[in-house]
Design a protein. Structure first.
Length: 510
């Protein structure tokens, strides 16, 4: 095998890898070169600075090309360990970790990752505040303001701003003015002063102008303007701003912003009373999310396939030190393994056959279920209740009518208060009728309707065939994948995955 890099210095290798990556070539070759430099460092053939620069290169490949956030964090953590000796680029490493965790948090909706991002940004600030790295400080402050607002820590920035002002007092850059407007705007939003916030965001928009270099900033400003209008209750104008943002995001291929736009439009349409458009935006959001996940998975697989070649190169660099392996008794071990696998496979076959027959019976039972949920025997009136039997039956009929005919019940925002408004009654009375008639609370009651609708959509391959199970769960009102899967199992006796598999087989036979 011909070894790449033989006769070249580590600095020459890094320059070559960076040139390939910036030239829009396949990131695979750059990834291999970065790994060679890191391997040289472990053999004391590369400096700490070169190893850290190589780790940064690997992070760029994993983060921007393969979307492998686990490998991104692992690579930056390795870089941080190397930098502990001299502190070389420690602030930049912490900032990159913040960017990675913020992306994970925004895509998963998990505040824990956003808080980790906030901690890394703060650490980057402490490491860089006395070194006056101008452009880096501007970018870091932008991210600090954004993450502080998202995590409810905006007031904590008061201790950072004096240092930032001093670093920029003699040279107020474009990003400095942008950041100050952003900080003021988020402050006004936190104080429920959307009109003042909107003025800041509009000034940001004028500052950006029409320069296409700042596409990402344009999308952020339009999203913030939409948030201000939404806080005013002007959802029509908020939707208009999101539409403008989606146009820019679509034109320049900023898919994550486009996905966030559809998510927000779904919320604003629902709050504006347009359930049908809200559902369409929600479906588009999940289709886009699923397509991005598929793309990410493909790139991740390509990265993993290439890693085997990379490992081969590293092994060759070590002069095949671990090439010799014990080969005695391989035939015996292989034969025993085959016997074990065949025995285990037979046991699994028997168990799976029984499980398949059981699930098929459950599927047939579920698909014939009525959308209606029938009440059970009355368990007796509430203590101090003033509802008589006739009033109770009238209210029960209204509740059933809403649950069987209104699309609002499939929104994630639908709750007992909204049901109370739709049946023109009182919260306590509606809760009482559900508890007495169905022997369950509102959440259990509505989950039955939502799961039955989810079953219908899983079987509707024409309209929902491209949606993931998580997407279908969200489309019928479940905010979290775990709550959807738990409710599905409780109502049907089987998992959504098992149900979908049988539905697909049944559709193929038909």
């Amino acid at each position: 095998m011909t070894l790449y890099g033989k006769g070249k210095s580590s600095s020459q290798l890094l320059a070559d890898a960076n040139r390939r990556l910036e030239g829009k070539a396949s990131p695979d070759s750059s990834l291999m070169i970065y790994s060679i430099v890191i391997n040289r460092y472990s053999h004391e053939a590369a400096t700490e600075h070169e190893a850290i620069d190589a780790c940064f290169g690997k992070w760029r490949v994993f983060f921007y090309y393969y979307y492998d956030y686990s490998k991104s964090v692992e690579t930056l953590s390795d870089a941080l360990k190397i930098s502990e000796k001299e502190g070389y680029k420690a602030a930049s490493i912490c900032h990159a970790l913040g960017v990675t965790y913020q992306t994970i948090g925004e895509q998963s909706g998990d505040q824990q990752y956003l808080k980790q991002a906030y901690d890394y940004y703060r650490r980057a600030w402490q490491l860089s505040k006395d070194k006056n790295h101008g452009d880096f400080m501007d970018i870091l402050m932008s991210n600090l303001i954004n993450i502080s607002y998202r995590t409810g820590e905006l007031k904590q920035l008061d201790s950072y701003l004096p240092t930032y002002h001093r670093s920029r007092v003699s040279h107020p850059t474009f990003l400095y003015r942008y950041n100050m407007l952003l900080y003021k705007g988020y402050g006004y939003l936190s104080q429920n002063r959307p009109e003042s916030a909107l003025s800041c965001f509009e000034e940001q928009s004028r500052l950006l102008g029409k320069d296409t270099i700042y596409v990402r900033y344009h999308t952020m400003v339009l999203l913030d303007m939409a948030s201000a209008y939404a806080q005013m209750g002007n959802y029509t104008k908020a939707i208009s701003e999101i539409e403008s943002m989606c146009g820019i995001a679509n034109r320049y291929g900023v898919k994550d912003a486009l996905m966030e736009g559809y998510d927000l439009k779904a919320q604003y349409y629902f709050l504006n009373g347009n359930t049908s458009k809200s559902n369409l935006c929600r479906i588009r959001f999940y289709e886009l999310k699923d397509s991005m996940i598929t793309s990410q998975q493909i790139k991740s697989i390509e990265g993993h396939l290439f890693s085997s070649k990379m490992q081969a190169a590293e092994t060759a660099l070590k002069k095949m030190e671990e090439h010799r392996q014990r080969q005695q008794n391989i035939g015996i071990i292989l034969a025993l393994f085959i016997v074990f696998v065949m025995t285990f496979a037979y046991i699994l076959y028997r168990k799976n056959r029984t499980l398949k027959e059981r699930n098929l019976a459950l599927y047939e039972k579920i698909t014939t279920m009525s959308k209606k949920t029938e009440p059970v025997a009355d368990s007796g009136p509430y203590k101090n209740s003033n509802l008589d039997a006739a009033d109770k039956q009238t209210l029960l009929d209204k509740i059933k009518s809403v649950m069987e005919t209104r699309e609002e019940i499939y929104s994630t925002e639908f709750n007992l208060e909204q049901l109370t408004e739709l049946v023109n009654s009182k919260y306590k009375k509606v809760s009482q009728v559900i508890n007495e008639s169905y022997h369950c609370n509102f959440n259990v009651y509505i989950n039955e309707y939502r799961i039955k609708e989810a079953c219908r959509r899983i079987n509707d391959f024409e309209h929902y065939g491209n949606m993931s199970l998580e997407g279908i769960g969200h489309s019928v009102g479940f905010k979290a994948r775990s709550s959807f899967f738990t409710a599905f199992k409780n109502v049907t006796g089987m998992t959504p995955s098992d149900y979908a598999k049988i539905a697909k087989q049944s559709n193929a036979h038909n």
